[in-house]
Design a protein around this ligand. Structure first.
Ligand code: 5U1
Length: 674
């Protein structure tokens, strides 16, 4: 056995090394080692800590992810309030603010620090004895939510600071999602058919306010620290500029665009340059913050109401223009959504000519009362596609036409449905060319048919060369066809074909999931596979038989029947059958219910769940062999308590039934699945 002192030494070498590479990667954006070398270091540390748990420390880089979910956010009282900022909308207003400050300071001159105002979520991070102790939201400025467990997952937030730091201090900053991360997150959500985030701010706020920190950990969040809240036990620099450089030296990420100026006119020129380059910044910013540099003068200026007199947000202009809405076009998205868009008389807005704009969905068009032929206000916000703010009603003519969605898909002519509780209309045809590629990618994906040698790029290449039009065509590819693709050698072509061949024997639940039926995720696919012996049987299922299954509501039943009604979908299934893909259950798949992990357990759910609809929670319980009931009795094993629980909570307390928070329940489901 190894000497513990030796292990400790190794661990103590690994930790600063990982922290250093974290800092290079997440703070400086300048990694020195490859991802796999980094993973190796982390793996080694994890292994040692697993073998010697007594060596785990709270600031170990392994302690960022997977902290146990909390029941609810606690409240944090801010030692010093987090103030908001007064706004300026013109240079004149900025100059007036500067003059007021100068007058209050009896004409003493001062430098100004300028930096972009990030559109994210303000947070306060408290460090005690060199460790991150609390991370909180701004809340009402005086009391925020304790989101330490989530903030710990953000790699650019140091979990510990060097010993030169004060023993107790608080830094403030803005947590945000970079534009690229926001785009990627929404693409992934679209793939999983989850609702999209409207903008990076909402996405960041939603991500840090999760009860389960592993969800936050999967979001590419970042932070820019913008100031020191308070510090005790050590003196700190006496200008804002120096404080920022000092925070940087302690490992905090500060905005690289921060700048120091002598005059308000210089600050104004800096603002102009950011207005021009705003769209090329990797994050959303809605203005420029200007601060008085000397801390002593900041103190003298003090606050008025909830705003400091020593700082101001000079907001970027909303980029708007007016033009005529010529028509409303429909774009069929990759998941079959019918996306309406505005066809505009070209107009120049903020230096860019716009001829199209997003219109979101039919409901939104009607809510804003936008009609074809109207004069409309068009707005550009950062990277986001231009959108229509609303009509100019005073300019409306009698010819203006109310819009309605087509009942047939403009691409393939198939029936269009508007699922209940959803904003978007959808094309029901899986073979619709607009959807085809995305569906093929879903089909080969790990959770579906798991055709590991056929990745997204290969799907795309095959599709573009018209070698496949749908997922079933994969099973008819020949080696010659594959060899005709760029960079495809004999060995790789054989591997691809073997991998496709191996997928012919996947369990029925995976095949159902792989078909990509709207609303049928992995859990529902498992439920359907439990209740139907084959795809054929499922295709013949009536609305009534589907509705008789626990947790299948009209929305899912409609979607399943509409899917199998489509000629295009039936054709794909037939091709799969002919290729030899197994479309029925194997004997071995029929697991005895008593062997399932939640067998004999009875659950009752009360209150609103945050992570999934109640129907899906019940489906998951059932899939894992448990029973979902609506009444709390002595036989109930667990009561899952969501937000605003009903009388079942009191009944459970009375009977002494064990209660689970939603996070604990999720944890139990995840454990059971493994
Ligand atoms: N960049 C930056 N954003 N921001 C927001 N600096 C900054 N400072 C703030 C706020 C609310 O407040 C201090 C001036 C108190």
């Amino acid at each position: 056995m190894k000497d513990i002192a030796e292990i400790k030494q190794k661990v103590e070498k690994l930790r600063p090394a990982i922290n250093y590479h974290n800092y290079r990667y997440y703070v400086l954006d300048s990694p020195e080692i490859s991802d796999s070398e980094y993973d190796e270091l982390v793996q080694e540390l994890k292994q040692l800590e697993a073998e010697y748990p007594e060596l785990v420390t709270p600031d170990s880089p392994t302690q960022r992810v997977g902290a146990p979910p909390v029941e609810a956010f606690g409240v944090v009282e801010h030692l010093q309030p987090l103030l908001s900022l007064a706004n300026a909308f013109s240079h004149k207003e900025l100059a007036a603010w500067h003059k007021r400050a100068s007058n209050l300071l009896a004409g003493r001159s001062f430098d100004l620090v300028c930096e972009p105002k990030i559109d994210g979520l303000a947070v306060a991070l408290t460090y005690i004895d060199n460790l991150l102790s609390t991370g909180a939201t701004r809340g009402d400025g005086y009391r925020g939510e304790n989101i330490t467990h989530n903030l710990r997952t953000i790699r650019s937030i140091p979990l510990s600071v060097p010993k030169e730091a004060p023993p107790r201090f608080e830094v403030r900053g803005e947590v945000y999602l970079p534009k690229a991360g926001f785009k990627k997150l929404n693409e992934e959500r679209a793939k999983e058919r989850l609702p999209l985030f409207a903008n990076p701010r909402n996405a960041a706020a939603g991500s840090v306010r999760q009860l389960d920190s592993s969800i936050t950990a999967r979001r590419p969040l970042d932070i820019f620290v913008y100031g020191l809240g308070w510090a005790e036990g050590k003196t700190v620099p006496d200008t804002h500029w120096e404080i920022m450089q000092w925070l940087k030296s302690l490992g905090f990420k500060i905005n690289p665009d921060i700048a120091l100026y002598h005059t308000v006119d210089e600050a104004g020129r800096c603002y102009q340059s950011w207005v021009e380059k705003r769209e090329s910044l990797p994050y959303e910013a809605d203005g420029m913050v200007v601060k008085v540099n000397p801390i002593a003068l900041q103190r003298e200026l003090g606050n008025v109401a909830h705003e400091p007199r020593w700082a101001i947000a000079y907001k970027f202009p909303a980029i708007q223009g007016t033009t005529r809405l010529v028509d409303i076009g429909i774009n069929v998205g990759r998941t079959g959504s019918l996306n309406p868009y505005a066809i505009l008389e070209p107009v120049r807005v903020g230096g860019v000519v716009i001829s199209q704009a997003a219109l979101h969905n039919e409901e939104d068009i009607h809510r804003k009362d936008i009609r074809i032929g109207d004069w409309v206000i068009v707005q550009r916000a950062g990277e986001v596609i231009p959108e229509i703010v609303g009509p100019v009603k005073s300019r409306r003519t009698r010819e203006a036409e109310v819009f309605s969605m087509p009942s047939r898909c403009p691409v393939c002519g198939a029936e269009v449905i508007k699922p209940e509780d959803e904003a978007m209309h959808k094309c029901t045809n899986a073979a619709c060319p607009s959807q085809a590629l995305e569906r093929i990618k879903h089909f080969v994906d790990r959770g579906a048919m798991d055709i590991d040698r056929v990745g997204e790029k290969l799907c795309q290449a095959l599709f573009e060369k018209s070698l496949i039009k749908d997922a079933a065509d994969l099973y008819y590819l020949t080696k010659e066809q594959l060899l005709g693709l760029d960079k495809m050698a004999d060995k790789s072509a054989s591997n691809v074909l073997n991998s496709i061949e191996a997928s012919k024997d996947r369990p029925l639940a995976r095949v159902i999931f792989a078909l990509g039926i709207l609303h049928v995720g992995e859990e529902y696919a498992e439920l359907l596979a439990e209740n139907f012996a084959s795809i054929n049987e499922l295709a013949r299922a009536t609305q009534e038989s589907l509705l008789s299954l626990p947790s299948i509501g009209p929305k899912i039943a409609d979607s399943i029947t509409a899917f199998f009604k489509q000629e295009g979908n039936r054709h794909i299934i037939e091709k799969l059958r002919k290729a030899g893909v197994r479309l029925e259950k194997k004997k071995a798949e029929e697991v005895k219910p008593a062997e399932l992990p939640l067998a004999k357990l009875e659950f009752v759910i009360t209150g609103k769940l945050e992570f999934f609809p109640r129907s899906e929670a019940e489906a998951r319980i059932k899939t894992l062999g448990g029973k979902a009931s609506s009444d709390v009795t002595k036989k109930t094993s667990y009561v899952v308590v969501g937000a605003d629980p009903g009388s079942k909570l009191a009944k459970a307390q009375q009977l002494g039934i064990k209660m689970l928070s939603e996070a604990e329940f999720l944890h139990m489901l995840n454990q059971a699945k493994q």
